[in-house]
Design a binder for this molecule. Sequence first.
Ligand code: DX5
Ligand code: ZN
Length: 222
Amino acid sequence: MTAPQKIILAPSILAGDFGNFARDAQRVEQGGGDWLHCDVMDGHFVPNITFGPDTIAAFRKATKLPLDVHLMIERPDQYVDRFIDASADHLIVHLEAQHDVARTLQQIRARGKWAGLAINPDTPPIKAAPFLDQIDELLVMTVHPGFGGQAFLPEMLSKLQELRFIAGDDLPIIVDGGINPETGRQCVEARANILVAGNSLFRHKTLNLAEAIAELRRHATD
Ligand code: DX5
Ligand code: ZN
């Protein structure tokens, strides 16, 4: 299968230095990242806590890149407005969270922002089907959400192909978790077109961030 021409790379700031977020957001922009992926975790929906709207506002000051905000929180409906006020560009909410999904998506679009839907590894593709015409991007978790640095789940590749079949050619599909040049390439072959990557970029053994971004892009698009 041939890869789509344009692959978007969204480095995940979760793997950056929490004491130097502004610097790392700038490094992503200067290093050739397309979007800045920002993982918001509340300690309820996932067993980890990261950051909230004030930090998103700080990223906005540091970079012009689109802020792709992945809300791993129990009640996204109660917080999307605050994240939009903080200059988030894309708001991604989980299908498995406690909210009226269609309504939250509508709430995001009503404010002129990209509405994204994320699904966990155990959620069957068919559950996303009713929402596909209400979203601007679909995020397929390729690890169980909560922590960076986990191993890619290879069984997500067939799920990706199925979702691409259901969604059609035009919906941007993001993969998130355990993405490196090898798994990224496999996901592109399975017709994902946006790659989130944290550890493989920020904590590469030999390459700096810009070099690691370039390597991932080369593998994904060759
Ligand atoms: C995990 C997050 C991911 C994470 C990916 O719950 O949603 O965005 O940052 O990190 P890596 O690429 O290290 O698996
Ligand atoms: Zn994420």
